[in-house]
Structures are given as structure tokens and as C-alpha cells.
Design a protein around this ligand. Structure first.
Ligand code: ZN
Length: 433
């Protein structure tokens, strides 16, 4: 099993920063040159060379990068082309392997350091610094007055989550935060922090909010699915258009296009769902959760869910598959997932226990007793109370997440809107909208 440590890399002087920048820039330059030649070989009919038949870029960059790092970047590009050919075969290729950055905005500063070409020493006490040492080329050492047997020494900020065999290190400059950062995969590893305690988490899995979660430690997490579903629906509409076209003229282009869109739609959803499961389980592990209780929706789908909610649950995130995904991920973290009936929890008032007279509309649950709260978060808290022996105190401010095509980012306004004046009485019972 592979795990990943991420941390910030802080050069200790301007010279060190410049040196690191040069390593990353040379790596990007190598990648782009090699990739350019490969793209030419691939696309230009007048060039009678395979993509593998290129200049020896290792030789050109060995002085700056060192032989091993130059080789790593070349290997990364090899991989990109190999997976391109594989995707091409199955009709899924989405363009040729790309460049690291572009002319207008500059190169992406990035590099890959082989596992035996760096050393990472985490500080053991407060007075100590964590240090990363990376191997660089001889010319660069000369230029920056680094001894021939020495490596570039950089400070590291952060904490390792995992220890084990260190794998290839990815170094990059993150423009948004103006920081150098590193990603270190670790294999055969064991988790360093928080041992599992005996806490419980309850999940309310839904269509608009994919997961609402409450923990017995008093945390609430909300993963919003509206944007994700909108994109999913957009692709579905495009598929329908192509299907109509294909019907009209039996064009092969259209049917291949349709298959591509289906795959893309599924891949995008799966990526987001995988990331959700991982993000959530990591948080729950940090809370000391050992048991995750998920409502078993299958029994209530037919009767209590609107047609659109049904369409969402079945087509979009495929409830069963998602449950399995959560269970696998939880298992990796040593937690157990239990499916329990959640009959009525989604409309039970936490203050007075009423469920016939409550009104659930959009994201809000209201009760004649005066209660007014976020419907899914309330449901997960009610569900939690039902399945834990522990006294659950008041909940902390909920943390909300939105999918930004790469990660589940914390939403800037993290508190659901709780100031509501009048509830519309149009919907009685459970509604997804
Ligand atoms: Zn009430």
C-alpha cells in the first residue's frame, strides 16, 4: 500500500532558492524539449522516427540535474507517452502528452527525485529543523559553491503522516501559495499520528449534499454535490445530442464520441468520489473514529424519494458502488463501515422528536416547535445519536467542502445559512430539491 506525505520546502537563503528554482526549471525545460521532439516525430509525416528515437537529453542536462534526476524526468515522459498509446488504443486518448507550462505563463517548475537521491530528516525536537537534501548536478554545485560531495540542503515544514520506504519525491513550485512543496509517496508504511479511538461517525448520503457527516467528537462535515451533478448532467445532455445525431446518420464518429463521453463522465465522477472517500476517511481517522455508520437507503428509495432524487441517486453516484468505495477506503484506515436503517431520521426534529409535522425543503428542516436547521446535517446528527451509546454534545461549526475538479476544497463560507425567515410549505416529507 502506498501513502503520501506532503510538506512545504523552504530554502534557507536566496541562493538556495535560486538553486532549487534552477533544478525545477531545468527539469521542465528537459521535459518540454523531449516532449516537443516526440510530438514532432508523432505528428509530422515527413519525420521517419518513432517517439522513442530522440536526442540524448540526459547528456544535455546532467550538469544541472545530475544523471539520476535527468533520467527520472525522461522516464516520467516515457510513462506519459506509454499511457497515451494505451488510451489511444481504447479510443480514450485526450490529446498528446502536454508540456509543463507554456510560453506565455512560463514553465511549470517541477521535478522528480529518485528515492536514493534525496534524504529527508524530520526534526525530533522543537529546536531542530527538518531537513531535505537533494542531489544536484556538478555544474550547479560549482555555480552555487556547494561541495562536490554535498547536496542542496533545504528546510522542510510540516509533519509526516506516514513512515516506511521512501519513494520518488516530487518537488514543485505552487504559484497560488508562492511556496515550494513536495509530495513524498511512502510504501510499506504505517500511520504515524492518532491511534484509533472508539469514536463513531454517522453519514447521511444524499443527492444534493453527497455526504453529511456528524461525529461523536462533535465535528460536522458537508460535501456538496450540486456543482458536480450539474457537470454530470451537462455531459449527459451532450451524450443525448450525439445519440440523436448518430441515429440520424449512423455516423461512426458519433458513436465513438458517445463512448468517449460516457467514459469521461464516469471517470470524472469516480475521481471525485474516490477523493471524497479519501478526504472524509482521513478526517475521521484523525478524529479517532473506529466505526462509520451509513444509512441504508435502499429500502426507502422508492417510497420517499422524488423522481429526480431517484435519478440522481441511481445514475449519478450509484449508491451501492459508493458505499463499497467508502467501505474499502475506511478499511485502509482501519475503520469499519456499518449500514443501518435510517428510517425517518431524515425528517426527525432533534429538539422534540416530531417527524410527521416537520417540513424538509431544499437544505432546510423546520419543525412546528420552532426548530430550523440544515436538513442533511441534522439527519446525520440524529442518526449518530441513534447509533452511539456515547453522549454527543453540541456540534462544532460545520465544515463544508466543494469539488473544484481536483480536490474537495473547504468552502469559504463554512456555515450553512441558518437565518431563515419563512419556510415554504410546498413540500411535505422528504424532498431532494
Ligand atoms: Zn420539533
Amino acid at each position: 500500500m502506498k501513502r503520501v506525505n506532503t510538506f512545504r520546502v523552504v530554502p534557507r537563503s536566496d541562493a538556495d532558492a535560486e538553486c532549487l528554482r534552477r533544478v525545477l526549471d531545468a527539469s521542465a525545460s528537459l521535459w518540454n524539449q523531449l516532449n516537443y521532439e516526440r510530438r514532432q516525430n508523432f505528428t509530422d509525416p515527413d519525420i521517419d522516427k518513432s517517439v522513442w528515437d530522440t536526442e540524448d537529453y540526459r547528456k544535455q542536462y546532467v550538469g544541472v540535474l545530475g544523471s539520476a534526476t535527468a533520467q527520472q524526468v525522461i522516464r516520467k515522459n516515457d510513462q506519459a507517452w506509454r499511457s497515451f498509446f494505451k488510451l489511444k488504443e481504447s479510443g480514450e486518448a485526450n490529446g498528446l502528452p502536454g508540456y509543463w507550462g507554456n510560453e506565455d505563463e512560463g514553465r511549470d517548475l517541477r521535478s522528480y527525485i529518485r528515492n536514493d537521491m534525496y534524504r529527508l530528516r524530520w526534526a525530533t525536537g522543537n529546536s531542530e529543523q527538518s531537513i531535505l537534501e537533494i542531489s544536484i548536478g556538478k555544474d550547479l554545485k560549482d555555480e552555487f559553491n556547494i561541495g562536490h560531495r554535498e547536496r542542496l540542503r533545504l528546510e522542510v515544514q510540516g509533519e509526516p503522516k506516514w513512515t516506511g520506504e521512501q519513494c520518488q519525491l516530487e518537488l514543485f513550485y505552487d504559484e497560488r501559495s508562492d511556496q515550494f512543496r513536495a509530495i513524498q509517496p511512502v510504501s510499506d508504511c504505517s500511520r504515524q499520528d492518532t491511534p484509533l479511538a472508539d469514536e463513531t461517525a454517522a453519514l447521511d448520503v444524499g443527492a444534493n449534499n453527497i455526504v453529511a457527516c456528524s461525529t461523536s467528537t462533535g465535528q460536522q462535515f458537508l460535501y456538496e454535490g450540486r456543482d458536480l451533478f450539474a457537470r454530470f448532467r451537462e455531459t449527459t445532455e451532450r451524450i443525448a445530442e450525439y445519440q440523436a445525431l448518430a441515429k440520424a446518420d449512423e455516423g461512426r464518429y458519433s458513436t465513438q464520441r458517445i463512448r468517449q463521453l460516457y467514459r469521461k463522465r464516469t471517470a470524472r465522477r469516480d475521481h471525485a468520489m474516490d477523493a471524497l472517500a479519501r478526504d472524509l476517511m482521513e478526517r475521521l481517522h484523525d478524529e479517532g473514529v473506529s466505526t462509520v455508520v451509513v444509512g441504508d437507503l435502499t429500502g426507502v428509495l422508492e417510497t420517499h424519494w422524488s423522481v429526480e432524487a431517484n435519478a440522481k441517486t441511481h445514475n449519478f453516484w450509484a449508491f451501492r458502488a459508493f458505499l463499497n468505495r467508502l467501505a474499502y477506503t475506511a478499511e485502509e484506515y482501519g475503520m469499519e463501515v456499518e449500514a443501518r436503517s435510517e428510517a425517518w431520521t431524515s425528517q426527525e426534529c432533534p429538539d422534540c422528536g416530531e417527524y410527521d409535522e416537520t417540513v424538509r425543503h431544499s437544505d432546510t428542516l423546520t419543525c412546528p416547535c420552532g426548530f430550523d436547521g440544515h436538513a442533511d446535517l441534522t439527519a446525520s446528527a440524529t442518526f449518530l445519536n441513534r447509533h452511539t451509546d456515547r453522549e454527543v454534545g453540541s456540534m462544532a461549526r460545520p465544515v463544508r467542502f466543494k469539488w473544484d475538479a481536483h480536490t474537495w476544497a473547504e468552502s469559504p463560507h463554512s456555515r450553512p445559512n441558518e437565518v431563515r425567515t419563512h419556510q415554504q410549505k410546498t413540500f411535505v416529507g422528504v424532498s431532494a430539491e
